[in-house]
Design a protein around this ligand. Structure first.
Ligand code: F3S
Length: 468
């Protein structure tokens, strides 16, 4: 059987075309080669946890690899087992799970434990399910969820990631009818399983706030980084499919970020955050993820909680950074970045300069504070182009009416339940978008096929609004 060895991590969500089995990840050394029918050796995966659903698509199109051999265990890739693609790691040994859980999921957890070298399982206090948008999991994910939801129920608190549309206002958004049908079905299957339709990538602001030290099983790479680094809970970067297994069984193998020794910093990142805005934090995370994709960095910076949320999202999008530290860092391997490095990345990620179709802000979802801040920035201004903000339904419910009215007066629309990346913007006539998040910029290009302009919020306000 033919073998293919990938010399860099692969982003399953947008790095492989399931119809052809070819690698399409920008800048990947094996770009253009096919994984179909091969024994595929990979270091590990990178990027979004939603990528786990691609394995069902690869199977359906007949482009799946015959087997995947991992160098470093990661839950996203191990999810291939549930689609019938064998996954191995060199030197793995058999592990048994003694628990009353559905047989299919028991086998998966045993397999995962053996691949990662875990000797025991831990009970998780909460789960966050990723892979909810019809735009990212498609019919292959919808069918799998339909089948599973008939017999499986969540045992622990479980929230869900953004869907592909505002569930209440999708017509007003311009989402096509056929898309809405698939999306509503997916939300229905998850709700039937007992997963809360929180539909946000900030579950910690929407009723799923674990305690320090809790073992949890979360998908959504930005929320994983936040949970480990800020909350102090313990989760690996779980694949979307695995989060369903964890919700139904309440269990996960004890490895990776569940163990103290893997949570220590192993990289010092020196940079000054003076005068930074949100975009700079997302760029710093992204640069670090590019340079050192599986590190536990320690950043010599400070920032508001919302900025730190963006930092984690950036590092998880370009790499697979599951945890980071802030402040006083041990001396050791060091990366030094300057403002010039961030600016160069911003330019590299921007493909146009002026003349956007749509401004999209809220990756990860905007908090109440961020919504307030944006409304203050827009006081006395009027948007010259469509200007959309994305938040959770939970935050929107708490937003004072006066703030919402002020945003509306500025010509700004606030959507809940969805985001710019997981909604089908390209089917809604959008070609060029402007955003202030490196993670959004990456996926808007690779998943939605859009031109992207990456700017700081102040620059966006100056360029795309005028005095009212
Ligand atoms: Fe959240 Fe969508 Fe960004 S899920 S982290 S807003 S890509």
């Amino acid at each position: 059987m033919k073998e293919l060895e990938l010399t860099q991590p692969i982003s399953w969500l947008d790095g492989v075309d399931p119809r052809t089995g070819r690698i399409i990840q920008e800048g990947h050394p094996q770009r253009g080669q096919s994984i179909a029918g091969k024994v595929l050796r990979i270091p590990h995966s990178s990027g979004s946890t939603v990528g786990a659903y691609i394995f069902f698509a690869l199977k359906e199109y007949g482009t799946a690899p015959a087997k995947i051999i991992l160098k470093k265990a990661d839950s996203v890739t191990i999810s291939a087992e549930l689609a019938g693609i064998p996954v191995e790691i060199e030197g793995g040994k058999e592990v048994r799970l003694d628990a009353e859980v559905p047989e299919e999921f028991k086998r998966f957890l045993e397999r995962e434990a053996s691949i990662v070298g875990a000797e025991e399982f831990v009970r998780v206090r909460s789960v966050h399910v990723s892979g909810v948008s019809y735009a990212t999991i498609g019919d292959w994910g919808r069918k799998w969820l339909s089948r599973i939801s008939e017999r499986a129920k969540a045992k622990v608190i479980a929230t869900s990631n953004p869907a592909g549309m505002d569930i209440l206002n999708w017509r007003e958004m311009g989402v096509p009818e056929d898309f809405s049908r698939g999306q509503l079905e997916i939300v229905e299957y998850l709700t039937r399983m007992g997963v809360m339709p929180s539909l946000t990538c900030t579950p910690y602001l929407a009723g799923n706030l674990p305690r320090r030290g809790d073992h949890i099983s979360w998908g959504e790479s930005s929320a994983v980084a936040f949970a480990n680094s800020v909350i102090g809970a313990r989760t690996n970067r779980e694949g979307g499919v695995k989060t369903i297994v964890a919700a139904v069984t309440g269990l996960t193998p004890k490895y990776g970020m569940h163990l103290d020794e893997n949570r220590l910093p192993n990289l010092r990142v020196e940079v000054s955050s003076e005068g930074w805005s949100y975009l700079d934090y997302t760029l710093l995370g992204y640069l670090t993820g590019e340079e050192s994709p599986s590190s536990v960095p320690c950043y010599t910076i400070t920032g508001e909680l919302d900025d730190i949320k963006g930092l984690g999202a950036g590092g998880a999008a370009s790499g697979s950074i599951e945890m980071f530290h802030l402040g006083s860092c041990p001396v050791g391997r060091t990366l030094r970045f300057s403002q010039k490095d961030l600016e160069e990345l911003r330019e590299r990620m921007s493909s146009f300069d002026g003349g956007t179709d749509l401004v999209v802000i809220g990756c990860p979802h905007l908090s109440l504070n961020q919504l307030r801040e944006i409304s203050l920035n827009l006081l006395g201004r009027k948007a010259k182009v469509p200007f959309w903000l994305y938040t959770s339904r939970a935050a929107l419910a708490q937003l004072p009416r006066s703030t919402l009215a002020s945003l509306e007066r500025a010509g700004v629309k606030v959507w809940a339940d969805t985001c710019m990346v997981v909604s089908p913007l390209e089917r809604m006539g959008i070609r060029k978008v402007t955003t202030n998040s490196a993670k959004a910029a990456k996926y808007l290009r690779s998943l939605r096929g859009l031109d992207v302009e990456l700017l700081r919020i102040k620059e966006i306000v100056e360029r795309y609004t005028s005095p009212a």
